[in-house]
Design a protein around this ligand. Structure first.
Ligand code: CA
Length: 223
């Protein structure tokens, strides 16, 4: 799952990015409002963490433009100001949550997890596909009740598939979930991850089905 973090205080950005990566997320870090606006217009994020005071374009304006484009991804606003007026302004513009600086990283992690739950699984904590279960809080998969060991990339692909039951995901859509802005997004590499995932799911009643020319779908086959 991909998350956008926009924070112009470099040290804070680094520590927040580390905390989010620790949750197993792919994190894009940007330091100004214009870059954030462009990324939000072109990329596919599960959640955005957005500082209010940003160079070039402030966080409120970035948020207003995002909502103006009809995008509903959850946004957590960060601010140095604990001003009630600011908070109300942010919420009116469509922010989903608000965190005043300074904050504890554990608090930020908890808020982001709650927003991810809403964004990715429609409020549910767990998603099932036959014997395969995904727990969003622990970000772990289990197969037949046993933990499934996955690399970060395999995990991102499988998360994207299980979060959209019954929907075919193209290689490009999967690549957008797996690769960050600073990485070479390679749709062809997705085939490799799909191949490895299939091996790990081999012999189970859950399978990744290929729709030629369209993409992939995670499916539960009744025995
Ligand atoms: Ca700032």
């Amino acid at each position: 799952m991909r998350v956008l973090l926009v924070e112009d205080h470099l040290q804070l950005a680094e520590s927040v990015a580390q905390a989010l990566k620790g949750l197993g997320l792919t994190v894009d870090v940007l330091h100004d409002g214009v870059a954030a606006d462009l990324a939000l217009a072109s990329e596919d994020y599960a959640v955005a963490v957005l500082d209010v005071g940003l160079p070039r374009l402030d966080g409120f304006e970035v948020l207003a433009r995002l909502r103006g484009r009809g995008k509903t991804l959850p946004v957590l606003m960060l601010t140095a100001r604990s001003d009630v007026k600011d908070r109300v302004h942010g919420l009116n513009l469509g922010a989903d949550d608000y965190l005043a600086k300074p904050f504890e990283l554990t608090e930020l992690e908890a808020r982001v997890k709650a927003l991810l739950r809403r964004s990715v699984l429609g409020g549910e904590r767990q998603q099932h596909c036959g014997p395969l279960v995904y727990d969003l809080d622990t970000r772990r998969f289990a197969l037949q009740g046993e933990p499934l060991t996955l690399t970060q990339r395999e995990q991102s692909v499988l998360e994207a598939l299980i979060a959209r039951p019954g929907r075919v995901m193209s290689k490009e859509q999967l690549a957008a979930q797996v690769f960050g802005l600073d990485e070479e997004a390679s749709p062809d590499a997705i085939e490799i991850y799909i191949h490895r995932l299939r091996k790990k799911l081999d012999g189970q009643s859950v399978a990744i089905v290929t729709f030629r020319g369209l993409g992939y779908l995670l499916e539960h086959r009744d025995a």
